[in-house]
Design a protein around this ligand. Sequence first.
Ligand code: TYD
Length: 208
Amino acid sequence: MKGKFIAFEGCEGAGKSTQMRLLSEYLERRGVPHIVTREPGGSEISEAIRKVILNGKFTSMADECEALLYAAARAQHLADTVGPALREGKTVLCDRYIFSSYAYQGYGRGLDMAFLENINSYAVHHFMPDVTLFLDIPPVLAFARKHGADKEDRIEQAGEAFHKKVYEGYRALLQKYPGQLVPVDCSGNKFQTHEKIVALLKKTGVIG
Ligand code: TYD
C-alpha cells in the first residue's frame, strides 16, 4: 500500500467531521491527493448496510448482529474504497474504523472482545491504519456541542450510560494500543485542535 491511512475516532459530536474537513483542506492546499470517507458506509454496499444498522425502527437488533454488520460494512468499504485509494497512493481520511467496534460494541454493549477482534481481523485481514486519532472529549460535552442526540439514529439513542461506557472504553483502548490509537486534546477551539493534529501527523511521519 503506497498511501497513508488515517482514521478518526471519538464520541458522538466530538468534532470528527470538522477536523476531517480542516485536514482535508490542509492537504488540498499542499496538493496531497486524498479521499475523505466514513464508517459504516463509504461505498454503495456499505452505505446500504449503514441504513440497516442505524435504522431507529430496528430496536430489537441483537448486539451480535450489530457487531457483524459493522464488520461486514468495513470489509466492503476496504475492498471498494480504502484499498483502491491507498494503492493509487492517496491519503485516506476515514471517519471511524475498528476501534469504534471495540469501544461501542465491546465496552458499550459488553460484547466479548475476543469475538470482536476475530470478526474484525477477518473482515480486514488485519489491515490497520498508519495512525488512529482519538478526539478526546467526554460524551456529555460532545452532545452539548451538537445540541443533543439524533432521534432517528439507533446508536445515538442508546442513552447517556451507554455513551459514558463508550468513552471509558476509548480511554482503556488508549492504554492497550499506545502509538496506534493516539489521543488529541480537544479542549481548545477547532483551529487549535487542527494545529495539534497537523503537528502530531508530522511528528509521526504520516504527513510530510
Ligand atoms: P454517525 O452518524 O456516522 O456518527 P458519528 O458522526 O458520531 O461518527 O454514525 C455512526 C454510528 O455508528 C456512531 O454512533 C458510532 C457507531 N459505530 C459503532 O457502534 N461501531 C462501529 O464499528 C462504527 C464504525 C460505528
